[in-house]
Design a protein around this ligand. Sequence first.
Ligand code: FNR
Length: 358
Amino acid sequence: MDERAAVTPVNLLEYEAAARAVVPQGLFEFIAGGAEDEVSLRENRAAFGRWRLLPRVMRGVTEPATATTVLGQPVSLPVLVSPMGLHRLAHADGEYATAAAAKAVGTIFCLSCAASCAVEQVAARAGGWWFQIYLMDDRGLTLDLVRRAEAAGAAAISLTVDVPVRGRREADERNRFALPPGTTMPNLLSRVGDADPADYFALAKWDAAITWADLDWLVSSTRLPVVVKGILAPEDARLAVEHGAKAIQVSNHGGRQLDSAVGSLDALPAVVEAVDGMAEVVLDGGVRRGTDVLKALALGARAVLIGRPVLYGLATAGEAGVARVFEMLRQELVIDMMLCGLEDLGAITPSLVVPALR
Ligand code: FNR
């Protein structure tokens, strides 16, 4: 049960209001907000509205199967946890709860290097998990993190490439957002040195000089498959594959980085075409409905990832809240698959979607 929630959500979109009711305003705005005018944040949702489904009928589908694989790893539904820092902002159990929920649900948890719990301890509670890094100016420290993730059992390394500088999130400036006492980024502490652990802005500063040669370096430094997160341009998707990426995560960072960047789903078709089957393509940004999942898969995504709803579920009811978010989305997906005549995800083809008429 959602013990802390004032409203009982019936879908993922309503989780935002439920979380707002239980999280202090400054924290809520840190999680919910986007950069500048939040155009890209809205575009992520709007992009799904630009497509309609063309269902097939009379196919005798009674129990649609939602399972698939991502980078060879089985998942019970094509929805993964996108990396986000600082889950303890949402709930004291932080990443421990999210990892355990993802394991119970049967999906992959992508753990951020900016997590509020240590890699090894999260790994002990996780099922399949990936580890997301930013490239730090000190490559030695970056490599230390990769080695820790490998030793702890990560199945992939995700390199986020859309944060050469932090986007301007004006709500955080207005609220003078700082980490509450006791919330830190333990995996990055060796890097922080004397910096104030409450100074989020000092901590979250990555190497702006990142180039494709750094992807070569990372790919040659780890035995794990590398996912490149934060790709929108088809040319970049192609370059990422040429430099060794095994998966591309199409993303505008939930509208938190470059404002006016295209919505993720709008960017997806050209990326899929450019990648041409040489890597898996996944997408995050604004996925809230079972029908969103179907649209993304019909446009060529292998799977999708969700961000904020995970933190909202966590805020309202810890591990159970995160599991509930996934089960809600799974239930929707099952109904939507039945309504589309899809017995499994392999039955999804491009003809499932048509552009919405204006
Ligand atoms: C993020 N995101 C993110 N991405 C990443 O690669 N590393 C990180 O540490 C974080 N941290 C983070 C914190 C918070 C509070 C949010 C909301 C997001 C971006 C995240 O992985 C993802 O791209 C978007 O959140 C997906 O969009 P939705 O589902 O939130 O619309």
